[in-house]
Design a protein around this ligand. Structure first.
Ligand code: MG
Length: 380
């Protein structure tokens, strides 16, 4: 602000202060001289309650911290979400710090998405889930302003969505059988492996269902020859793909394993953002894209296009999330080979309704944006 304008404001404030009170006068002046028509961001913490304690090769937990976001422009509201499982290093405090540092009010045209999302990405390093929360809300907002869902804006065929897998965590045989029974509506089950009990897990599941299985080893196998033996054993038992079988650093061993594997291998922990697609090409058969890893829908769409052009398989995945982030990811699903979008089904306190699973298949709706409705506006 120029010193001349400062002088005028100070002078006017002094004159008005006695009549209406300084704060009111200042507010009126701000409104007159600088109308605020930019994007308005709000955010709040949301604790995702898991139906079952979730066990991975490395840890267990019964809740996941998340943040809900809302971007408002011209009276239209778009919603987003950051899901922050602890092992990824983000949390409510880091997300609050990130959102508070942003000045989205400077943007008066929400359709300048590249400019806005470049600004958000460059604001701080890391914070990928927090960035995704802005990206998703902006896509929801612009889709609503256009009156169209994103799968249509991208030109995807909604009937081409895959079945989603439903995850069965590592547990006792009794609990595993119960989880398989709960998974009745699903046509493909995802099994978490990477422990001593791998064969027992598969045999327990095979004792109650013959559905196709995908397995996620979460980097749990350390020896490539044992891994290959295990993959052949799994193939004989109806497993269709193997996700992240070995540690992400084991690039040469992983390339060897992919070359010899009778099943496609999918990179998850080994890949995060767009530049990583080129790095895992030739090392894995495909990639697992997750909005929380890659900063949201814009970059996920770019990764999808790049992986396809390189002849790689694509899976769309998620963290434990509400229907908000899952519905955002589902917009991309018609162009993927597999979907692992059960994150919203694993929580007991989903605040919104969006994509549905019908006979095991991801079923998109024709609502604009990311296709969600909140049961009650969490920001009201
Ligand atoms: Mg995984």
């Amino acid at each position: 602000m120029s010193s001349r304008r400062n002088f005028i404001r100070t002078g006017s404030l002094t004159a008005l202060a006695g009549i209406t009170g300084m704060e009111t006068a200042f507010g009126m002046m701000e409104k007159k001289s600088k109308p605020s028509k930019g994007l308005a961001l709000r955010f709040l913490p949301f604790d995702l309650q898991l139906k079952h304690t979730f066990t991975l090769a490395g840890s267990s937990r019964s809740n996941t911290p998340a943040m809900l976001t809302r971007l408002e422009f011209d009276g239209i509201k778009g919603y987003g979400e950051a899901s922050m499982p602890p092992y990824l290093g983000e949390n409510t405090e880091s997300a609050t710090r990130f959102f508070s540092a942003l000045n989205l009010g400077q943007f008066r045209d929400p359709f300048q998405m590249e400019k806005i999302l470049d600004y958000v990405d460059q604001a701080m390093p890391g914070n990928c889930a927090a960035k995704a929360a802005i990206d998703i809300a902006l896509h929801d907002l612009t889709g609503k302003l256009l009156g169209q869902p994103w799968y249509k804006i991208w030109g995807f065929d909604p009937s081409a969505t895959p079945d989603t897998s439903f995850t069965i965590g590592i547990d006792t045989p009794e609990v595993v059988r119960q989880k398989v029974a709960e998974a009745a509506p699903f046509n493909i089950l995802k099994v978490k492996l990477g422990r001593e009990t791998d064969r027992e897990m598969i045999e327990t599941i095979r004792s109650v269902t013959s559905k196709p299985l995908s397995v996620d080893v979460n980097q749990g196998w350390k020896d490539k020859h044992q891994a290959l033996d295990m993959i052949y054993w799994l193939q004989e038992r109806g497993v269709v793909l193997v996700e992240q079988p070995m540690p992400k650093e084991a690039i040469d061993d992983m390339a060897w394993l992919t070359q010899h594997s009778p099943l496609p291998t999918i990179a998850d922990e080994a890949l995060q953002r767009l530049p990583d697609v080129g790095k895992v090409h030739g090392v894995y058969s495909g990639i697992n894209i997750k909005l929380m890893k890659c900063t949201g829908m814009r970059e996920a769409h770019q990764m999808l296009t790049l992986a396809r052009s390189l002849g790689m398989k694509v899976m769309i995945g998620c963290m434990t999330e509400t229907s908000c982030a899952v519905s955002a990811a589902a917009q991309l699903s018609p162009q993927t080979d597999w979907a692992d979008l059960d994150g919203n089904l694993l929580i007991s306190n989903d605040p919104c309704r969006g994509v549905q699973i019908v006979n095991g298949k991801i079923t998109l709706n024709d609502q604009p944006g990311i296709g969600i409705t909140f049961r009650r506006d969490p920001f009201a």
